[in-house]
Design a protein around this ligand. Structure first.
Ligand code: ADP
Ligand code: MG
Length: 250
């Protein structure tokens, strides 16, 4: 579903991604862990067209992200083509970024109505089902300010699902939550994983990674230091940098 080959990204003279190689298989939960500043968010943002890579190749579902290759040369996609690629990818951020002036159901139906031109009644029905799926059937008409952080994040997940993505990206989805609200969001993510969604999850929740993750990479300094089965990498890290990081977070 995702393939990165020597993906590099710089901001000015600062090289943030220094040749990322990884592969995310369809239907798996792929966890990315690593210290702050190691390039985890930047990598997710590259997958979702929020940043452009400087070198290497990045594919989603077999298609080059943001570029077309012709005669060995790369050509940037047009805005409309980029929008079409982005439509298949859902992203959930640390901060929920809900529209504050819209109710939960309006937040969830917004993209289908605006982007896919789904009729409002149909979009509302589907949004209501999605809110039910994340355990918020009774909060359909609530505004974000009336919801807890955990509830807002579940609305954000439902909103991402409303576009029927083939890939979901999570960037530390529980980091901004009070500890007692983390579980309800992880439970929704676990259910999503059980339903077969392909998920790339940047997280500090090692319990989630161990229990739900199919693969895990440890990133540091813009490279993948170590990768494998989460239980192996977390339980028996091979590299000093991984050991040192895990000793601080576990
Ligand atoms: P992580 O998510 O692992 O904490 P990030 O991908 O957010 O790491 O950031 C990696 C590095 O890239 C950091 O040093 C950060 O300051 C830098 N960086 C991220 N985005 C930008 C940007 N838009 N402009 C300049 N530097 C950036
Ligand atoms: Mg980050």
């Amino acid at each position: 579903m995702v393939k990165a080959e020597q993906v590099c990204k710089s901001f000015g003279h600062v090289e943030v991604l220094k040749g990322i190689d990884l592969e995310v298989r369809t239907g798996e939960v792929f966890c990315i862990v690593g210290p702050s500043g190691s390039g985890k968010s930047t990598f997710l943002r590259c997958i979702n067209h929020l940043e452009k890579i400087n070198a290497g190749r990045l594919y989603v579902d077999g298609t080059l992200v943001g570029y077309r290759e012709k005669g060995g040369k790369l050509y940037e996609l047009r805005d409309r083509e980029v929008a079409a690629q982005r439509r298949d990818i859902g992203m959930v951020f640390q901060r929920f970024n809900l529209f504050p002036h819209m109710t939960a159901v309006e937040n969830v139906m917004e993209a289908p109505v605006q982007v896919k031109r789904t009729p409002r009644a149909e979009a509302r029905k589907r949004a209501t089902e999605l809110l039910d799926r994340v355990g918020l059937a009774d909060k359909v008409d609530s505004y974000p300010a009336q919801l807890s952080g955990g509830q807002q994040q579940r609305v954000a997940i439902a909103r991402a699902l409303a576009m029927d993505p083939k890939l979901m990206l999570f960037d530390e989805p529980t980091s901004a939550l009070d500890p007692e609200l983390v579980g309800e969001v992880l439970d929704v993510m676990k259910a999503l994983a059980r339903d077969g969604m392909t998920m790339v999850v940047v997280t500090h929740e090692m319990g989630f990674a161990r229990e739900v993750g199919d693969s895990l990479v440890f990133m540091d300094g813009g490279v993948v230091v170590e990768s494998g089965n989460p239980k192996d990498v977390l339980g028996n890290p091979q590299h000093e940098r991984t050991k040192s990081f895990l000793s601080k977070v576990l």
